[in-house]
Design a protein around this ligand. Structure first.
Ligand code: IPD
Ligand code: CA
Ligand code: CA
Length: 265
């Protein structure tokens, strides 16, 4: 196994232990509000510290971009970390959250790990080597279009500037697909597309740490990830569509009429 993937997997498991240990003492956690509907708990911070300590020990010169502690400078290798993706679910006792760790080398995604510590599902990918779920190869679904497709999404809950655009997309996509789900962890939403559990996914306003690892999983599982206008800059804009190639293209066609130039800028 790629040694950097091995470390990322170890870090994800250790962070997962911090998270599950605290899942049955939610009433005693200290929680603060980072902004409008944006909560952070001591668990997010402790899980992030565990990951960073492990990576730092092994790779002291690598750069880091982590949700809770921000940017740490370093060389051309950058770890992109969301220690607990799905904090709102976690704080409500809803067991749908994950640890997400990606590695970029000179801005290109090379390694991705998404770990659900409750189901103990470990999704892994290295560029050019495919994607796995608990060491078994996964592929995106073979569905040919929206007919019968199950889609994932994220509803706006913090930034409501593009809610009307989003609602237009949702309205068209619920009509043409078999259904739309909002599970609440973007990292897992991408992992489910990679595993063929859902056929496609879209969301507006994600941050890089939410889906850097997930995007590599989808690509390595044979799927397509683009920004909401069909371009390449999805990690920057955070407005993203992912799916098997045919479902992605069908989704893009329904989404384009609802775009605002600010969403692709
Ligand atoms: C959130 C989750 C959620 C998505 C939000 C993210 P967090 O991450 O991924 O599914 O809709 O946009 O911010 O805050 O729980 O790490
Ligand atoms: Ca997140
Ligand atoms: Ca988070």
């Amino acid at each position: 196994m790629n040694p950097m993937l091995t470390i990322a997997v170890r870090a994800a498991r250790e962070a997962g232990r911090v998270i599950t240990r605290n899942f049955n003492r939610l009433d005693r956690l200290s929680v603060s509000d980072k902004g409008n509907n944006d909560f952070v708990s001591e668990v997010d911070r402790n899980a992030e510290a565990v990951i960073i300590n492990l990576l730092r020990e092994k790779y002291p010169n690598h750069a880091i971009l982590a949700e809770e502690s921000g940017k740490h400078d370093g060389d051309d290798y950058q770890w992109v970390i969301d220690p607990l993706d799905g904090t709102t679910n976690f704080l409500h006792g809803l067991p749908q959250f994950a640890v997400s760790i990606a590695l970029k080398i000179k801005s290109r995604l090379e390694v991705g790990v998404v770990y659900n510590p409750v189901s103990e599902e470990m999704y892994t990918a290295c560029r050019g080597e495919g994607a796995q779920l608990n060491d078994r190869k996964i592929r995106v679904s073979s569905r040919k279009g929206l007919d019968g497709a199950l889609l994932g999404t994220g509803l706006p809950y913090r930034d409501f500037r593009f809610t009307d655009n989003y609602m237009g997309m949702l309205k068209d996509l619920i009509r043409e697909s078999a259904g739309v789900r909002r599970p609440g962890s973007a990292a897992l939403d991408f992992a489910y597309v990679a595993a063929g559990r859902t056929d496609g996914f879209w969301e507006l306003g994600l941050k890089e740490w939410d889906f850097a690892a997930g995007a590599l999983l989808v690509r390595e599982a044979g799927g397509l990830v683009t920004d909401i206008g069909g371009g390449e800059r999805y990690l920057e804009t955070g407005n993203v569509i992912a799916g098997s190639i045919k479902v992605h293209n069908a989704m893009l066609k329904r989404i384009l009429p609802h775009l605002d130039s600010k969403l692709t800028a």
